[in-house]
Each structure stands twice: as structure tokens, then as C-alpha cells.
Design a binder for this molecule. Structure first.
Ligand SMILES: Cc1ncc(COP(=O)(O)O)c(C=O)c1O
Length: 349
């Protein structure tokens, strides 16, 4: 299918075929030259660590075709640094900043025709993955790794139009990350941990699942796919916890919020405070900003289960919309990138 034939309005956040992937391996401390390949299958040893003990971390970032025709990546240096910290947590080799940016660039160039048009509002999602590949049986970190970058041309996260609110439920029976665990790193294992709870929430008709701190179940951590922020009294409020993934979108929104004259608070948000927010959103590369119009809390009492409902506007709130417009404007080149967040990618030669 050519770019002209793709109807991105029918796409959600999913895997859609592209042209090529890019990968390199680090064996005995030496990185190989990057390979651009049209073969989307890897051949790995069946004792590779990744199949057993999950030495695996990944990233997610987007490339956008701007109104000016130029192609930009949004803050890829932040993704490189976060992957480095995830790899450090797993005690395995990581690509350095230059390699990370090089492979992302190569991947975009190899899939140039799959970068959606500006008008479509869609983007090319990049998925850098780092996995342990040396055969092993004992429980120890991987010394050899593969670093691959793949891409998919995606629409909005839910498949609905942007800024369409969704519902969420508090995760009372399942935790995403332990207090002193790996929640602050982007490990595949963290997502495996949340899949069952996520499936249950989806079956109940919720778009999102909102995890609580695992020690006390008294305050908000983050959604399964994204960070949490609430707005009230001219203030942008988001949890501050080492077990929450440090979202690059949230970090950027905090800057934009200050620019828009909002006060920014990173602090503990107790469940009861949900009642007081004027606007609530999830934020992240995939969801961008997605308004939440209701959060349900199903509390089990001796007498049975009761549902407390926290309700927010059925449309995107005015402050969240301003934040969204500025963020997306920078990403798509319709607003001045005063922070130097975007990295331009040249067309393939
Ligand atoms: C659990 C979780 N939290 C937060 C985020 C948002 O992070 P970022 O803004 O860097 O994409 C993501 C991924 O998008 C995520 O999977």
C-alpha cells in the first residue's frame, strides 16, 4: 500500500506494516554496524535471556511530517537517556545517544513513504527495543544485546478523533509497580505485569486503568499507558513518585504549563483529591493528551462493592486544550519550537 492509499483516519495505535527495520548487536562489548532489513523476523537462540528472564526495555517516540513538509522527531535525546537508564537497571549494555539517534534516523529514512502527511494528523511511531540475546540458563543479566528500531504509521491511541474523553477505573486489586521496583524504567516486564488487570478493565468497558501506589493504595500513580495530570485553580498537578514512568510528554507539558502561566505541582495526589479536579487527563507519546471524563473507584466493603464516581467535563477542558494545541503545534511545526525540542530528519538520499 502506498502512502497516498492509506486512510489514517481509520487507524488507531497499532502495528501497521512498513518497509524496514534497523538493528545492531553488541556482542562481547562491541557494537556491530547497523543493518537496515526488510525482513521483520529475528533469528534468536532459544536460550536467549529475553525468552526467560525478560531482560528487555523499549522506548516510544514519534516522527511527524510538519506543515512545512519537514520531518521532525520529538525529543529523541530524552528517549535515548531513558533507555540508557532502563538498561542500567537491567545491568546490560545500552546504545549511546549518538547510536540511538542514528538508528532512529535510519529507520525513519528507510520508511520515509510511511510517514503520514501533515493533514492526516497521524504520525510515524518509532519503537526502539533493547533485548538480551546471549544464551544462558543461570539467572544473571545479559552481556550481549540487540538494539532494534521499528516503525508503524499510527492514528490516535483509541482510534477515536483526538481529544475525545474516555473513562478510567482505579486499579484496586492489581499493582503496576512495587514501591522500590522497576516502575520508573520502561521495561517490558512492567507491561506484562499490567496486562491482566488492563484486560479486566477493558472488559468492563473502561478505556484506561489508573494504578495506585502499591504500598498503601491511597494515592494516584499513573495510567497503564500514560501519566496522570489534573488541573484545578490554575494549577497543573501530577504525581511525583519513583515508581511512575518519567514521561517525556508530561515533562514537556510541565514546561508548557509554566509558559501558559499555570502553577506546576509534582506531589502526592490522594484518591479523595480526585473530587476536586476541574480537568483530568492522561498524557504520553501514544495518547498525547486524552481527557478523562469519569474515574470509577470500585470499593469492596463487607456489605458488597460500591462504586464512587469522579466526574469531569464530557469534552476536553479549556486548559488541557491549550496545552494540547501548544504541544502538538511544536511537534508538527505550526508553533515556534522555543525549547529546541524537535530534531529534524533529512530525506533519504
Ligand atoms: C506506563 C506509561 N507511563 C507513561 C508513558 C508516557 O511516557 P512518554 O510521554 O515518554 O511517552 C508511557 C508511554 O507512552 C507509558 O507506557
Amino acid at each position: 500500500m502506498t502512502m497516498a492509499e492509506i486512510d489514517y483516519s481509520k487507524r488507531s495505535f497499532n502495528y501497521y506494516p512498513t518497509n524496514a527495520i534497523v538493528y545492531t548487536k553488541c556482542i562481547d562489548g562491541r557494537w556491530s554496524k547497523p543493518v537496515v532489513s526488510n525482513d521483520f523476523n529475528f533469528s534468536l537462540h532459544c536460550f536467549a535471556g529475553v525468552f526467560h528472564y525478560a531482560p528487555s526495555c523499549f522506548e516510544g517516540l514519534k516522527a511527524y511530517r510538519g506543515a512545512d513538509g519537514l520531518v521532525r522527531m520529538f525529543r529523541p535525546d530524552e528517549n535515548a537517556r531513558r533507555m540508557e537508564s532502563s538498561a542500567q537497571y537491567l545491568d546490560m549494555p545500552a546504545p549511546n545517544l549518538e547510536m540511538f539517534l542514528d538508528l532512529c534516523t535510519l529507520c525513519i529514512q528507510a520508511n520515509w513513504d510511511f510517514i503520514p502527511s501533515f493533514e492526516s494528523g497521524a504520525s510515524l511511531y518509532l519503537r526502539p527495543v533493547l533485548i538480551g540475546i546471549n544464551p544462558q540458563l543461570g539467572i544473571h543479566s545479559s552481556k550481549d544485546v540487540m538494539f532494534a528500531v521499528m516503525a508503524s504509521g499510527v492514528g490516535t491511541y483509541s482510534g477515536a478523533k483526538s481529544l475525545v474523553p474516555g473513562t478510567a477505573v482505579l486499579s484496586r486489586n492489581y499493582d503496576r509497580a512495587a514501591t522500590y521496583g522497576s516502575g520508573g524504567y520502561k521495561l517490558g516486564a512492567n507491561y506484562a505485569q499490567s496486562l491482566h488487570a488492563y484486560n479486566l478493565a477493558h472488559k468492563m468497558g473502561y478505556r484506561e486503568l489508573l494504578f495506585l501506589d502499591s504500598a498503601t493504595h491511597s494515592h494516584i500513580e499513573e495510567f497503564g499507558s500514560s501519566n496522570f495530570f489534573g488541573i484545578k485553580h490554575g494549577c497543573y498537578i501530577t504525581p511525583n513518585s519513583p515508581s511512575v514512568l518519567p514521561s517525556i510528554t508530561n515533562k514537556s507539558l510541565r514546561k508548557i504549563a509554566e509558559e501558559l502561566g499555570l502553577k506546576v505541582e509534582r506531589r502526592t495526589i490522594f484518591i479523595d483529591e480526585l473530587e476536586t479536579f476541574e480537568e483530568v487527563n492522561s498524557c504520553g507519546t501514544a495518547v498525547v493528551i486524552t481527557p478523562i471524563c469519569r474515574i470509577d473507584d470500585k470499593v469492596t466493603l463487607e456489605s458488597g462493592t460500591i462504586t464512587r464516581e469522579y466526574k469531569y467535563p464530557e469534552i476536553c477542558g479549556p486548559i488541557s486544550e491549550k496545552l494540547y494545541k501548544r504541544l502538538v503545534g511544536i511537534q508538527r511545526g505550526t508553533e515556534e519550537d522555543t525549547y529546541g525540542w524537535c530534531m529534524f530528519v533529512n530525506a533519504p538520499k
